[in-house]
Design a protein around this ligand. Structure first.
Ligand SMILES: Cc1cc2nc3c(=O)[nH]c(=O)nc-3n(C[C@H](O)[C@H](O)[C@H](O)COP(=O)(O)OP(=O)(O)OC[C@H]3O[C@@H](n4cnc5c(N)ncnc54)[C@H](O)[C@@H]3O)c2cc1C
Length: 596
């Protein structure tokens, strides 16, 4: 069975040495009293919950899966899930970064982000039950009426109720403008909602006493397409005026999907039969309100793969030090043994270091974005709020797609380190690969993320936000440009920055001629910009590691080696990605559809 040790040292490095989060957070009125000890203590305690309570349920949960009783429509998640959730609620974990006005602890988003990384490492499928609740909380916090907030937010904050996100229908996933679920206005101001939703994560379960479904549907007179979609709260049990639970609402689980991974999370086909709901936000503007939840979920999905990358890496390292096979080509390294441990072989090291670099780079980028999110939410300076919001919007598709593509590569490499044993269930490695695969698909496929990045977030504002982020990189390059020791990091970083600028302009020009050029280049483009972000954070990490070399702490030596590996072995991928992005549309569209 896999084991998991929370990576507290690297989390602390990223927060306190790389990003100096305490100094930044103290500038925000909501976090003026925050200190490093509080952040560290919360994550240490949270790490214990993850390692001791939910990690041991990961393998068994995958084997057992969820069960649906077709007569009652009740879903039972695997053994131990309900008890673990009770402990999670009793520990106050759902409330970490929620608003104190609704019973939250008011801690920064980045603390919650760290907690979720560890939860995802320990058990992604379990984590999706509370994970979607937090997204629902955020959407209602931003767009709910005072009455909706007082009815639902306290319960979502405490974790007594969980949330879901009901968008997808059998005929529409990416293109939500096609959705058909109907909402009929009632005399009392509520709506009767009828339709079918599929693939609804945590759509039904017995972990919490009520489930708050956020449902997209159409009013009878709604315009066609995405401008005619409204958002509704549809609780599993209706809520009485005094907050107690009332009648069972007409929203049921009609079937569970049989799927490749995350077996322990209930992926439900939901039927709405005149279910009673209340509208969130304005009529026909539901997609905008839902985007609060979708953006939170996109960052959350990137975090899922970060968690899987870390746990897969840890287990692969342990195995590679223990498993003996063959001798090093340069001669025995463990002459006392019948063969050398496989960690002596260069390619095994390449697989391990790839996963390690993707975990460390992903953690730095995600924590940075979480800090920008804290500023966007809590700064008292409107300009700063807007700037941070724009940067989070720019980096969100990168977190979602780059981290999940990397997670797929990393978990697959780590499984490979185990040889044939990696393919066998008991070791847990094949589960990490299966679980990681969905992260590239849901919450908008990675292709859709790349179109969002290149089309909307970059070309959509003539590269203004990208340029602002680029300026941060350029000023670091300038600061360190004369440092001899930093040349190996600064030169390739500066070079890639220039290339991204040129590539962006080139695609922008081509897109004027034919907008499909964006679709032809977007996936490669996102990966190039993802590498630019990682290179920036690895270069900054290397600077700190070089300064602390004399401290005798092996952490800094390892950080420096990982940064060097990243620049030497992973970053060069950008050269071929830029070539394929530049190859453009023609090779893709030249072949007549009939010839496929
Ligand atoms: C396990 C699981 C859990 C899920 N959980 C939820 C949930 O909780 N709530 C919810 O509402 N949904 C959920 N989903 C649905 C998920 O978000 C969708 O499956 C996903 O967004 C893709 O939609 P689709 O399956 O309809 O694929 P389609 O939209 O049919 O896409 C098919 C392919 O076409 C590509 N494509 C589509 N449009 C374009 C374009 N313009 N340019 C280029 N390529 C394009 C896509 O990238 C994809 O490769 C879940 C799905 C799964 C499998």
């Amino acid at each position: 069975m896999p084991t998991y040790t929370p990576p507290l040292r690297d989390m602390q490095f990223v927060m306190h040495e790389l990003l100096n989060v305490v100094d930044e957070l103290k500038m925000l009125p909501a976090h003026a009293d925050i200190d490093a000890d509080t952040i560290n203590a919360v994550l240490e305690e949270g790490g214990k919950f993850c390692a001791e309570v939910i990690a041991p349920l990961n393998l068994s949960g995958d084997a057992e899966g969820c069960k649906l009783d077709k007569t009652t429509h009740e879903v039972t998640p695997p053994k131990g899930f309900k008890e673990a959730y009770k402990q999670y609620v009793e520990g106050g974990w759902p409330a970490l970064s929620c608003d104190p006005a609704y019973g939250g602890q008011g801690l920064p988003v980045l603390v919650n982000q760290g907690m979720y990384e560890m939860m995802n490492s320990a058990n992604q499928a379990w984590t999706m039950y509370p994970g979607l609740s937090h997204g629902a909380y955020e959407a209602l916090h931003a767009h709910g009426t005072p009455e909706q907030k007082s009815t639902y937010l306290t319960k979502l904050t405490s974790g007594e109720w969980t949330g879901t996100m009901c968008l997808t229908e059998p005929h529409c996933g990416t293109d939500l403008g096609l959705l058909r679920t109907k909402a009929e206005p009632q005399a009392d101001g509520t709506y009767k909602i009828t339709g079918a939703k599929i693939f609804i994560s945590a759509g039904e379960h017995d972990l919490a006493e009520n489930i708050v479904h956020l449902v997209l549907a159409r009013l009878p007179d709604a315009p066609a397409g995405s401008k005619g979609i409204s958002l509704f709260i549809v609780p599993k049990f209706l809520v009485n005026a005094d907050g107690t639970l009332g009648a069972r609402n007409g929203i049921f689980c009609a079937g569970l999907e049989h799927k490749m991974g995350i077996h322990a999370n209930s992926t439900c086909q939901m039927v709405l039969e005149g279910a009673i709901g209340t509208m969130v936000g304005e009529p026909n503007k539901g997609l905008a309100a839902m985007f609060v939840m979708m953006n939170a979920a996109r960052l959350g999905v990137g975090n899922q793969s970060l968690g899987l990358t870390e746990v897969a890496y840890q287990n692969a390292v342990t195995y590679a030090k223990d498993r003996i096979q063959m001798r090093a080509l340069s001669g025995p390294k463990a002459p006392d043994k019948a063969a050398d441990p496989i960690i002596v072989h260069p390619d095994v090291r390449k697989m391990l270091l790839t996963a390690r670099a993707y975990a460390e780079g992903g953690r730095a980028l995600s924590t940075y974005v979480a800090l920008q999110l804290d500023k966007a939410l809590s700064s008292d300076d409107e300009d700063e709020r807007k700037e941070c919001e724009a940067e989070v919007a720019l980096l969100t598709p990168i977190i979602k797609a780059f981290l999940t593509d990397n997670g797929w590569i990393a978990t697959s490499h780590c499984m490979q380190v185990f040889g044939g044993h990696g393919f066998i269930h008991e070791w847990g490695m094949e589960q990490f690969v299966r679980d990681a695969r969905i992260n590239m698909i849901y919450e908008g496929t990675n292709t859709i993320q790349s179109l969002d990045l290149l089309g909307r977030k970059v070309l959509g504002n003539n590269g203004a936000t990208l340029k602002k982020f680029g300026k941060k990189i350029a000023s670091f390059v300038e600061e360190e440009g004369t440092s001899e020791a930093m040349q190996e990091f600064i030169n390739p970083l500066a070079d890639l920055g220039d290339k991204v600028t040129k590539l962006t302009t080139e695609i922008g020009m081509k897109a004027f001629q034919n907008p499909d050029e964006v679709g032809a280049a977007a996936v490669d483009y996102l990966r190039v910009v993802g590498h630019l972000c990682f290179a920036y954070f690895f270069a900054r990490s290397a600077k700190i590691a070089l300064e602390k070399q004399g401290s005798g702490d092996p952490f800094y030596t390892a950080k420096l080696h990982t940064a060097r590996f990243y620049f030497a072995k992973l970053l060069p991928e950008t050269a071929s990605l830029i070539r394929t992005a530049r190859a453009g549309l023609q090779p893709l569209m030249a072949m007549d559809e009939a010839l496929f």
